[in-house]
Design a protein. Structure first.
Length: 117
């Protein structure tokens, strides 16, 4: 069973095991990422996860970083949040997201980036 949510101008496809945000590379602001994820988690009826918001943000940032560096673009343009991501993959997302997270905290909660037009 699939469910489609439209929030913040994005299509989000949900199933019982994953949530896929289409064209997620367009969102670079961590506060906006949080808002989108909170909306999706609030409105989906079928996707359930035990992952933290921080874990989901790390994955999104990692996908954006790989997309920005033109790596695996066909896989990284959309962010696919698996409900039970393997721990070693979560660690890779954690490492890849560090520079953006540091910028976010240094600037007082906003990384200063706006959504691409």
């Amino acid at each position: 069973m699939k469910e489609i949510i439209y929030t913040h101008g994005l299509d989000v496809h949900c199933s019982t095991t994953d949530m896929n945000i289409i064209d997620s590379y367009n969102i670079n602001n961590i506060d906006e990422m949080k808002s989108i994820l909170m909306s999706c988690l609030m409105f989906t009826k079928i996707y359930k996860t035990d992952r933290t918001m921080n874990s989901l943000i790390n994955e999104w940032i990692a996908h954006n970083k790989l997309y920005k560096y033109n790596l695996y673009r066909d896989h990284t343009k959309d962010c696919n949040f698996e409900s039970r991501e393997k721990i070693h993959i979560r660690f890779i997302y954690f490492i890849l997201s560090r520079t953006e997270k540091i910028k976010y905290y240094i600037t007082g909660g906003t990384n200063g980036r706006k959504r691409k037009k």
